[in-house]
Ligand binder design. Structure first.
Ligand code: GAL
Length: 920
């Protein structure tokens, strides 16, 4: 049966490129040209003992110091470059005969995948997930497999922080060669008359066996409560070496619909049977929902009109770069939901699978976006990859093919778009396809004619003009706003590069939140909006550069702390009453001077009190809000919101004293001890009365005991140059955030926070017992594989340390000892020599190295640098351990194994893996 194992543990990492060694000898060039014989850091023999051990997800870029001189503002001044990863793992002997697939969820940016010294895959996009079939090249049993990934992140695909490395998960799937294909299931439920739905299921079965097979597919629709609500069996035939596609239609009446408010999910259990026996099972999560778009009235979900209230987002988060633990995706989507948002644009690239899973679970619509506008075979492969991975997610409702492409208004752009769109439609014709345009919309013959929806980035002055010209074409604000604000800041300061929070600062091409929402919300034909951006992100510090290293666009900062505009969107997007005071009320020394105070409310009337005294009571226009200049006096500022004369919402801001303590909020009550879970810890400065101190900026240091690790920290300050992975951080406007991950243990965590003038705080985070997901068995030893064996048996005992001439490819043969005994030797009489060499580092030399022979048979003598170290005689395979302690170890250590063979020796010679371990 199918197994899916995590490959996230025990990678060795080297930052920087490793040039392929220049070797001019015939021997080296000849060997490098052979399958499995690659030279350099991808080779089996490469010494990786000094490499750093890392786990996935891993992003090496954000951990580097900011580089003001050499860095790129758009990339957040973080170096990227090249990195190498190596991982050794073992497979069971019983895996022999199974199909083995490696799934890489995302590597930034260009990745080359090597397995056991051969290139098995390449991927040229930092955002697509891809699969590499390693079945042919693996070893089973003792001999470890070596997976090497070279990551070239010196190439960029965006103008934002893209991270660097294997920053998403890696999986190994083991399955029968006759089984359901990778991404082989496409569930497409279609509504029929009344409450009836047809669950259209297409299942692709691949037969890598040598004979054809009659198969049976059993598909079951399972509701969340476990009830099987539909079931169908279909027979088919899978020819040898080919794929068969089985189509089924499973009727379901009155399913619980997937909707943004009640995201009901179903599971499809697919079981493949051969001769009545189960061969494979796959479970696919999906939902019943319909979508429809109308040029006059916009978007419909389950036939209910729904204005798209969306945000655009990149994928990084404070503390962790782009290497987000799964729980953080959920946290971010939940933050946006709480704002009233119902849609997420994956700007400008395919997201992590876990993000879409969170959107499915929480009820968030998704515009899934492709990175490269490219209809070449490689470009089409990338777009197809997005669709086959994502089409079962009910949350995904739009596919976007590009963002702001200079070719968007041209016939060339149109041809590219059309071919890419056709590639999508072949795989999924249920979602509208668009591009996010910042020009060219009025051109005839450009891309817009072949889009299902015209995506407008900004250009809101042109909405009506376009609608008049193309009344039949649905329209959406694929990107809007681009306003600037710094969380908790109420006075813009160009010298410090901070923006105030009064919804007035914006990019030249953008709009304020109010202008933009008015433009969208007052036009029924505008399907909705995607605000740039939900969260701040590293890089693109527009309109500034250094010291700003991340954006000012977010409605929430890089940690997900809400800026004031968060409440403005709540006022726009939620039905429930919202009244929020935007403005600071901590201005020591400014008593009596006017300070700005603004409402973020959806009430029709508000009253503002200062220390109990009514200052204003007035009607509110939603797209204007109220703004006052109020003489500051310490105390309480109170805003009351009314609807039809009734008080329905209240907000207060109270002048605080000096920060003297901290308050902590965790994103969940307990951490799961599964080695992958994470909890977000938000830290707030408070005064002696427990009031939030919105101006606090003290440095806080942290430490932790129990089963957790601090993955990183942030504070949302776009100009902060503090390191995210250190155990201290300054508060920024009263807040900072830690991300605490599970280390797979189950002891409660005690997190201690302290700072000058702050009462130390110990926060206990309970850890729930949970199993780790299954992992691939890692191997830590160094494997010695470059063995040469004398071609002929010698009747006389030869000199075991005889020299090999460098051009001699013929009297010595390269052999792979882990494949077992050489048949040539079985039943023979005479002597052979095995020869290999290794290079030991200083650390290895000083750590009591030893050699370990997994299987050695015959009369063997082990020589190291010409010195006899061990002898063993055995007529069948035995293990042998040889300590290297007393040997003079130079740069190159030459190993010679002399084997004397008689006809009755069973499996003579070295017939199993040889490894080197360290005792010290
Ligand atoms: C848009 C672009 C985004 C971002 C934004 C900033 O033109 O699509 O990626 O750069 O501007 O306002």
């Amino acid at each position: 049966m199918r197994e899916r194992l995590s490959m996230d543990k025990d990678w060795l990492f080297h930052h920087g490129d490793i040039a392929i060694p220049v070797e001019n000898s015939h021997k080296a060039v000849y060997g490098n040209a052979k399958a499995g014989g690659i030279m350099g850091a991808a080779s089996i023999e490469w010494n990786d003992n000094e490499w750093e051990t890392v786990g996935l997800p891993h992003d090496w870029s954000y951990r580097q110091p900011f580089d003001r001189e050499g860095g790129v503002p758009d990339f957040g001044y973080k170096p990227r470059g090249i990195g190498w990863y190596r991982k050794k793992f073992k497979l069971e002997p019983s895996d022999n005969g199974r199909q083995l697939l490696l799934e890489f969820d995302g590597i930034a940016t260009y990745a080359t995948i090597y397995l056991n010294g051969s290139v098995l895959g390449r991927n040229f996009c930092g955002y697509t997930s891809f699969v590499v079939d390693i079945t042919d090249n693996v070893f089973y049993g003792d001999r470890p497999n070596l997976l090497v990934v070279k990551v070239d992140a010196s190439v960029s695909e965006g103008w934002w922080y893209e991270g660097a490395g294997i920053y998403r998960h890696v999986w190994l799937t083991k399955k029968d060669p006759l089984s359901i294909a990778d991404r082989g299931i496409w569930v497409n439920p279609v509504k029929q008359d009344g409450e009836q739905w047809l669950t259209n299921v297409e299942t692709r079965i691949t037969n890598e066996r040598e004979t054809a097979a009659e198969v049976e597919l059993l598909s079951r629709v399972v509701r969340a409560d476990g009830a099987v609500v539909a079931e169908e069996r279909t027979a088919g035939r899978a020819e040898a070496g080919e794929a068969a596609v089985l189509k089924q239609e499973l009727p379901v009446s009155s399913p619980l619909l997937w909707d943004v408010d009640a995201p009901h999910l179903y599971k499809l259990h697919s079981t493949l049977l051969v001769d009545g026996e189960e061969r494979d099972t796959v479970t696919t999560s999906y939902g019943y929902r319909s979508i429809r778009i109308c040029p006059d009235t916009g978007f419909y979900l389950n036939e209910r009109p729904l204005k798209i209230k969306g945000t655009c987002n990149h994928q990084d988060h404070a503390g962790v770069g782009v290497a987000l633990p799964d729980a953080l995706h959920e946290y971010r989507i939940a933050r946006l939901k709480a704002m009233g948002s119902n849609a997420y644009r994956c700007a400008h690239h395919n997201p992590a699978p876990e993000l879409l899973e969170a959107c499915d679970r929480l009820g968030m619509l998704v515009m899934d976006e492709n990175r490269n506008f490219d209809s070449s075979p490689e470009g089409l492969r990338q777009v197809e990859n997005m669709v086959t991975r994502d089409r079962n997610h009910p949350s995904v409702v739009f596919y976007s093919l590009f963002n702001e492409e200079p070719l968007q208004g041209t016939p060339v752009g149109r041809k590219i778009f059309k071919r890419m769109k056709q590639a999508i439609l072949r795989l999924d014709d249920t979602r509208p396809v668009l591009g996010a345009m910042n020009g060219g919309v009025m051109e005839d013959g450009g891309t817009v004619d072949v889009m299902d929806i015209a995506g407008f980035n900004y250009m809101h002055g042109g909405y009506d003009r376009f609608h008049e010209k193309h009344p039949g074409q649905p329209m959406i604000g694929s990107e809007t706003v681009s306003a600037f604000a710094t969380r908790g800041t109420y006075v813009s300061d160009t010298a410090l590069q901070f923006f105030d929070s009064f919804d007035r600062e914006r990019a030249n091409w953008g709009n304020t939140a109010r202008e933009s929402w008015q433009a969208i919300n007052t036009r029924d034909y505008m399907m909705g909006t995607f605000v740039w951006t939900g969260f701040d992100y590293r890089g693109e510090p527009t309109p500034y550069e250094w010291p700003s290293v991340s954006t000012h666009f977010g409605i929430l900062d890089t940690c997900g702390f809400p800026k004031d505009s968060y409440y403005l969107y709540q006022a726009f997007w939620l039905d429930e009453p919202v009244a929020h005071i935007t403005g600071g009320w901590n201005w020591p020394g400014k008593e009596g001077q006017p300070v700005t105070v603004m409402t973020h409310t959806n009430c029709d009337e508000v009253a503002l009190y200062v220390n109990g005294e009514l200052r204003y009571r007035q009607a509110v226009e939603l797209y204007e809000q109220c703004q006052w200049e109020i003489p500051y006096e310490p105390g309480t500022l109170r805003l009351e919101g009314y609807r039809q004369g009734k008080r329905v919402a209240v907000d207060e801001k109270i002048t605080s004293g000096a920060a003297c303590a901290l308050r902590v909020e965790t994103s969940k009550a307990a951490l799961l001890g599964d080695g992958r879970n994470a909890v977000v810890v938000n830290v707030y400065a408070i005064d002696a009365a427990g009031r939030f101190v919105e101006t606090a900026g003290q440095r806080v240091s942290f430490s932790l005991t129990g089963s957790g690790i601090i993955l990183g920290a942030g504070n949302g300050n776009p100009n902060s140059h503090e390191a995210d992975h250190l155990m201290e951080r300054c508060l920024f406007n009263g807040c900072l955030q830690l991300i605490v991950g599970s280390d797979a243990g189950h002891n409660a965590i005690e997190l201690t926070l302290q700072g000058e003038g702050l009462q130390p705080l110990v926060q206990v985070i309970p850890v729930e017992v949970a199993d780790e997901p299954p992992y691939v068995l890692s191997v830590h030893e160094r494997y010695i594989n470059n063995w040469l064996l004398t071609q002929e048996l010698s009747p006389e005992r030869p000199d075991p340390n005889v020299e090999i001439h460098p051009t001699d490819m013929n009297s010595w043969e390269k052999v792979d000892v882990s494949f077992g005994p050489q048949q040539l030797l079985q039943g023979a009489d005479g002597y052979v020599i095995y020869r290999s060499s290794i290079t030991l580092t200083e650390r290895e030399k000083n750590s009591s190295p030893y050699l370990y022979f997994h299987a050695l048979s015959g009369d063997t003598e082990i020589y190291v640098n010409g010195r006899l170290l061990a002898k063993q005689s055995s007529p069948w395979p035995m293990t042998l351990e040889v300590a290297l302690d007393d040997v003079e170890l130079g740069d190159e250590t030459v190993l010679s194994v002399l084997v004397g063979i008689q006809p009755d020796v069973y499996k003579p010679g070295i017939n199993g893996a040889v490894s080197m371990g360290l005792r010290g």
